[in-house]
Design a protein around this ligand. Structure first.
Ligand code: ZN
Length: 404
């Protein structure tokens, strides 16, 4: 192995250690959740202020869960460009309709696994299924496009969700032509591309319910969580399949934008006076709008870095710093500042927007729950439910993308 090759391997390992820094960095998420507290209205601010350490420290719990909890990783991103140019308008906002529309369905028979339909993407509503082996079943594809079916997906099938092997028994929903107890294999081709906006909606409903129940521990846990997901939704690279510049030879750009810039500049130079939280009447629209705005920035995030990397001296782009005792390759300070300026403070503006959105969503959940009066004592951390998603907890190492 020659020296040049060794150097390349060494360099890419160092770059890798930088590229796997989590979204907004741990630092950024904590800061954003903390600042969001100060946007809350008078009746709410005291509760959050008393528990500000929890809200801030636990802003990163969802990232910690990604490797331990099955189904967590996909909640942090959506590859919008995987679903066409106008995906923000064309994707079904009902997750379960979207999954059905984009996935393959198989029937597991006594002897065989037989394709029922390969996505409903091209299906006409009343196409009769006439597969040779399955001809004993006469099935209208339209039966999979009903409200009943998506409710069944939501209330029953989703509990069994496993992106690798999702097998569900059809015993609580009648599909004409399929015997009761039929086993379906849903080959999920949708959720691996991320479900961030859908997840925001689920997280919001849970938060409203926690406020309604005046479950202080749960309110705090879910507030910290949703703060994280809203923060992620403001990061352009969380809305694209080119999430780390890997498709355009810009590996590492994810952490450059969302970790390196804030860590270097946020505290000293960014302005976090973002005004007061607002009540959001239609939170679902609001979440999709955030995703749409983030996605509109993807182009500038990538093209500006590409441009400066071509004109800036190559040997002055990356520097070595010791972080937690590890020599790490990072974009140099002057290079980082140049990128930030060329982006016209985009990172600062997305952080500000995250803070205001988080405060507004906490406030809206509280209002939608009827503005309950909350205790203003500090909630004992021990009593706060440990982060876990009761539906998907599995004790195993889970392979996920590095960035989300
Ligand atoms: Zn995340």
């Amino acid at each position: 192995m020659n020296r040049r090759l060794l150097l390349i391997i060494g360099t890419s390992l160092l770059l890798f250690s930088f590229a796997t820094v989590d979204d907004w960095g741990f630092y950024g998420h904590k800061l954003i959740n903390r600042m969001a507290v100060y946007t809350c209205p008078e009746d709410l601010i005291e509760f959050y202020k008393r528990n500000i350490s929890y809200i801030s420290d636990h802003a990163v719990d969802p990232d910690k869960r990604r490797y331990a909890v099955n189904g967590e990783a996909i909640k942090h991103y959506i590859d919008l460009d995987n679903w066409g140019k106008d995906a923000i308008n064309t994707l079904d906002r009902d997750l379960f309709k979207a999954i059905t529309f984009h996935s393959n369905f198989y029937v597991i028979d006594e002897k065989d696994t037989v394709l029922l339909f390969d996505t409903l993407h091209y299906a006409q509503n009343e196409l009769v299924f006439t597969n040779e082996i399955l001809s004993k079943y006469l099935i209208l594809k339209s039966q999979f496009q009903t409200k009943e079916f998506s409710n069944w997906m939501k209330n029953y099938a989703w509990r069994e969700h496993d992106p690798l092997q999702w097998i569900v028994v059809m015993d609580s929903l009648k599909i004409s032509g399929l015997p009761n107890g039929t086993r379906l294999w849903i080959q999920d081709l949708f959720t691996t591309h991320g479900i961030l906006p859908y997840n925001l909606d689920f997280a919001y409903r849970r938060l409203v319910n926690a406020f309604r129940a005046k479950d202080h521990s749960m309110i705090l846990k879910l507030s910290a969580d949703i703060g994280h997901y809203i923060g992620d939704a403001h990061v352009p690279l969380h809305t694209t399949k080119n999430y780390n510049g890997q498709l355009t030879n810009q590996n590492g750009i994810h952490a450059f934008w969302e970790s390196r810039i804030p860590e270097l500049l946020a505290e000293k130079e960014f302005d976090f006076l973002v005004g007061a939280a607002e009540y959001i009447p239609n939170t679902n629209d609001y979440f999709w709008k955030i995703i749409g705005q983030s996605h509109a920035y993807v182009d500038s995030v990538l093209s500006i870095e590409k441009r400066i990397s071509e004109i800036y001296p190559k040997d002055e782009q990356y520097c070595f710093e010791t972080r937690l005792g590890v020599l790490t390759k990072l974009p140099c300070e002057t290079y980082t500042r140049l990128y930030n300026e060329m982006l016209d403070q985009q990172v600062e503006r997305r952080m500000q927007a995250s803070i205001l959105a988080i405060g507004s969503i906490w406030t809206s959940a509280w209002v939608d729950a009827g503005q309950p009066i909350l205790e203003t004592n500090q909630i004992d951390e021990e009593s706060i439910v440990q982060s876990q998603d009761s539906l998907h907890v599995q004790k195993r190492e889970i392979k996920v993308r590095d960035h989300e």
